[in-house]
Design a protein around this ligand. Structure first.
Ligand code: UDX
Length: 480
């Protein structure tokens, strides 16, 4: 039976979504759930077939179920050509990749090619169409790149085709919730008709609509991601200092984050941020500003600070291993965070490279990311491949390990049955996320070493940097 929509109201404009990647598909399915008639298109025939059959091609919480119900309801359809999509949709979103180039700039070729192909399809369409760029692009792209490309390829003027910008703020693992119930919607428009169309599209969403210029909307997306990355890096720096002087970063964040001007979110110290967006976007933001003669000194430092934090995480692990040859580490969680199999920019990769490069045997496990990790490993040098093994179960990965590294805190790791401890050579968990329950560590006979928590290590005198060696850390008292 078709699922009911989230909201009922006047008929919204029809929508087309070009590019059914994570973001395009989540957005398309969310529009459909809000009662919008949506046509999707992807250049990959197998992806079109998967979505048309009511499945998601990606591992993303709740997305498969949402796609299935919206395909069944008939509100979400998949077209085999852009012409069909252009014919059926008043507002057409471009959700195409903007991969990073070695210079830090983004590669605009996919989005330019998509705009051109769409423009050609629009040439044969009657009636007004609004093309909206959802991909993350540097300020000015919609107006200076996409608008002229669409106008030229379609041969249509502003009375028939307009271009707008509407960045998304979806985080992996929460995409469905974020797409269905965004905390705000930012649209960048340059004419009242486009604004009106986007207002009626988003009327069913219970979120404030912020209307700015196209470049303003594009800038907003970069500012948001750069600021979030900056917040994490700031917390990571305070956490390194806290660790050194016997302080727990979580206590500090509770104290300063509860100031409403600061806020506690995105201040969780860890091995550094990963994922497909943050480092790519910060680099592109810095580069785009530089191209305009503006220096973003804070943002310039964010990626360097992140890399330093990752080196620190590796150092913390190293400090728990026996010296000499033969050290073994169980590496738990390989993706850039839990709840996903996405390895892009995952901090697990440089950490594994670094410690395995020093001769440590790494026994890797992840509940869902092992296939992607094996693929990554197969392209690494033979020496590294020889030192890294992958295991289908946590128990196997732990066998004979001198320490278990918790990089992504999946619930199954946190459940830690006592039998796992017995498999290890040394019962030590290096918790890079400070997620492992202290009481459980005690119960399972585990010594817990938490990144950013100086109280889980031997307290150091303020004046003397600690020189920790294996076995020096005292267990933390039970508490969280
Ligand atoms: C991010 C933004 O959150 C999202 O709004 C944007 O659209 C895309 O980029 P995503 O990359 O999916 O989303 O993941 P996110 O949950 O933001 O985490 C990014 C990285 O930062 C992860 O490696 C995560 O573990 C890390 N992180 C996050 C921290 O280390 N500390 C925090 O407090 C928050």
């Amino acid at each position: 039976m078709p699922r009911k929509t989230e909201n009922v109201g006047p008929r919204p404009p029809t929508v087309g979504v070009v590019g059914l990647g994570y973001m395009g598909l989540a957005s398309a399915a969310a529009f459909a759930r809000h009662g919008v008639s949506v046509t999707g298109y992807d250049v990959l025939p197998e992806r079109r077939a998967t979505v048309r059959s009511g499945s998601s091609p990606f591992h993303e919480e709740g997305l498969g179920e949402l796609v299935r119900s919206e395909i069944q309801s008939g509100r979400l359809r998949v077209a085999d050509t852009l012409a069909e999509l252009a014919d059926q949709s008043t507002i057409i979103f471009l959700c195409l990749p903007t991969p990073p180039l070695p210079t830090g700039r983004i590669d605009l070729r996919p989005i330019r090619a998509g705009a051109e192909e769409l423009g050609r399809a629009l040439a044969r369409v009657n009636g007004f169409r609004l093309v909206v760029i959802k991909s993350t692009v540097v300020p000015g792209t919609a107006q200076t790149v996409n608008a002229p490309v669409v106008a030229k390829a379609s041969g249509k003027g502003p009375a028939q085709v307009a271009v707008a910008s509407n960045p998304e703020f979806l985080a992996e693992g929460r995409m469905v919730a974020d797409a269905l119930r965004p905390d705000r919607i930012v649209v960048g428009v340059s004419d009242p008709r486009s604004e009106q169309l986007l207002r009626s599209l988003y009327a069913a969403f219970d979120a404030p609509l912020i209307v700015v210029t196209p470049a303003g909307a594009e800038m907003t997306k970069y500012a948001a991601n750069s600021f979030l990355a900056l917040k994490i890096s700031f917390a990571n720096e305070v956490s390194r200092f806290s660790e050194r002087v016997g302080v727990d970063i979580d206590d500090v964040v509770r104290g300063f984050g509860s100031d409403p001007r600061i806020g506690e979110q995105f201040l969780k110290a860890g091995p550094g941020f990963g994922g497909s967006c943050f480092s790519k976007d910060v680099r592109a933001f810095v580069r785009a500003a530089k191209d305009q003669g503006v220096r973003l000194r804070l943002s310039e430092q964010v990626v360097a600070a992140n890399d330093e934090q990752t080196r620190h995480a590796a150092e913390l692990i190293r400090g728990e291993l026996p010296r000499g040859r033969g050290a073994k580490v169980a590496f738990l969680g390989l993706a850039f965070k839990e709840g996903t199999d996405d390895l892009r920019e995952s901090r697990a990769l440089p950490i594994v490279r670094e410690i395995a490069g020093e001769g440590v045997a790494v026994r890797a496990h992840d509940p869902v990311a092992l296939p992607k990790f094996r693929d990554w490993l197969s392209k690494e040098p033979a020496g590294l491949q020889a030192r890294v093994s992958t295991w289908a179960t946590t128990a196997e990965a732990l066998t004979g390990a001198d320490a278990a590294v918790l990089q992504a805190p999946w619930p199954e790791y946190l459940a830690w049955p006592k039998a796992w401890t017995a498999r290890m050579r040394q019962p030590v968990i290096v918790d890079l996320r400070r997620a492992f329950p202290t009481a459980r560590a005690h119960a399972a006979g585990i010594r817990l070493v938490r990144l950013g928590d100086g109280t889980s290590m031997r307290p150091a005198a303020l004046s003397t940097p600690p020189t920790r060696s294996p076995g020096q850390n005292a267990p933390r008292s039970a508490g969280n």
